[in-house]
Design a protein around this ligand. Sequence first.
Ligand code: ADP
Ligand code: MG
Length: 609
Amino acid sequence: MESVIQEKGNLSIHTENIFPIIKKFLYSDHEIFLRELVSNAVDASQKIKKLASYGEYNGELGDLKVVVKLDKDAKTITISDNGIGMTAEEIKKYINQIAFSGATEFVEQYKDKGEGDKGIIGHFGLGFYSAYMVAENVEIITKSYKEGAEAVRWECDGSTEFEISPIEKAERGTDIILHIAADSEEFLDEHRLRGILEKYGKFLPIEIEFEDKVINNPSPIWTKSPADLTDEDYLAFYKELYPFGEDPLFWIHLNVDYPFNLTGVLYFPKLRNDFQGQREKIQLYSRQVFITDEVKDIVPDFLQLLHGVIDSPDIPLNVSRSYLQADGNVKKINGYITRKVADKLLEIFKNDREGFEKKFDDIGLFVKYGIISDDKFYDKAKDFCLLKNTEGKFFTFEEYREHIKENQTDKNDSLVWLYTTDEKKQDAFIQSAKKRSYDVLVMNTVIDSHFINALEQKLEKISVKRVDADTLDKLVEKEVKLESILSSDDQEKVKKVFEGVSESKTAHITVEAMPVDELPVVITFPEFMRRMTDMQASSGQRSMFGDMPLMYTVSLNSNHPLIGKIAGSDSEDDQKALAKQLYDLALLSQGLLSGNDLTRFIQRTVSTL
Ligand code: ADP
Ligand code: MG
């Protein structure tokens, strides 16, 4: 079949259908109406200011402010400003034409004045109609700044008919009077209203007055130049954002105008080890209007734990999350924030190494999380990320390589990093490592097992092992092995004795030639198995090995005199008694001896004294 275009034309909208749509679907949150109307009033005030500065208005500016009034009896909310006002013609143009933005037109008209759209909030030409989400009837009473302008009254009850008539109004500016609908009377509550005003308008650039009190700070610090600000200013602003927060460690002032606009201040908080219960969040603003504190797609994941404010008119609002993730500006913003944070950390590291080390217990979490999750961040962080050893000394990756190179390079030319997750519990192993002049790192935060995995992949020729994962000879395998004093027959004999003594089916018994001054029997857990358990624990999962009997290795030191004694003894009873005692001692040092076994061990020990 042949297809033919038969007709072309314009789609039409039945305007009587538009109000119910606006009312239901414009914004999911009805409280937004106040944000929109107050923003319009702020815009009207900003415009008159601008006109005055361009020399297009020569009258008195007066005290520019927005006043919000509640009248419970009349069931009205009134938003008043002494801004630019509107003539009857302008009402017809800006209000009657839905989705025609006077704000955009104003910006267009004055774009060559150099300031661009700075300070003007409106954009889509839809904000005003959000009034109908809560009002059954809206009045506008307005008088333009223009000389000889007549005040006008506009009214519309949510049908498609409106009324315009002349009215008396002494001062320049606009009153928007909302007659609240029966299903929205919750908004006729002063606490509710103040709450909404403070949420969205806390940092609007024109004073907002509610019940004779100014509710906002019109010039928050992110709108100022860092050069004009002191540490006290930043700390005071932090308190303003989070009245109950503990002082932050430091902060970063963000300020870009190309290729996107973004300002803000990000604070590094002191983190508790469990970053679950974190209440404070980064707040997102657009031209000083609060938008949301869900910044998931705008701020990289690993920086979600920062606090503070980001203000960008270039983040598309009212769009779906998947759209936001794909947005070019949002991606650039993400990259910019990551870079700024990395640069700031590098700067502190370079200028104040000591201070940086002191803060590292807190910022280490960010840095490690960033290294795990963001390759660009890793590229910078690899130069300032610190490792801490059991002596409390800090090293960068490069410094650490130098520090352990001599002792802890194995026969494959790989560097072996040893670490402990619990200095007290693993003390016996740490001490043995130190005897060989090995260094042991402390890795005891929730994120460390993931961090270690990431590093093994990123850094070349290193392997990372927990200090009790194996005997030291196996952890750092060297070309030259110690000679065994025991003959291989004796080694077999001793092994048999211990197998007879061991009650565990999951214990694997081996004989190794270790230095004489190391322990006679050492019990260890394989690194891979233990690390899986650690990672699962940190992600809150149940351990995969939770129900399985613990697998472990029992290494007998063939050079230790007590092992030699067992080999040299002819009495089976003596062999067994000594082996049992040494075996239990090793279990005890790993925390594996308890209950009756422990009691019997103590009784046996005491009886030999
Ligand atoms: P936008 O703010 O995105 O332009 P709105 O629907 O919020 O769209 O407002 C439409 C237009 O109506 C505004 O651009 C402005 O020209 C005019 N307007 C709204 N409220 C006021 C006010 N309080 N004073 C002066 N003009 C206003
Ligand atoms: Mg608007």
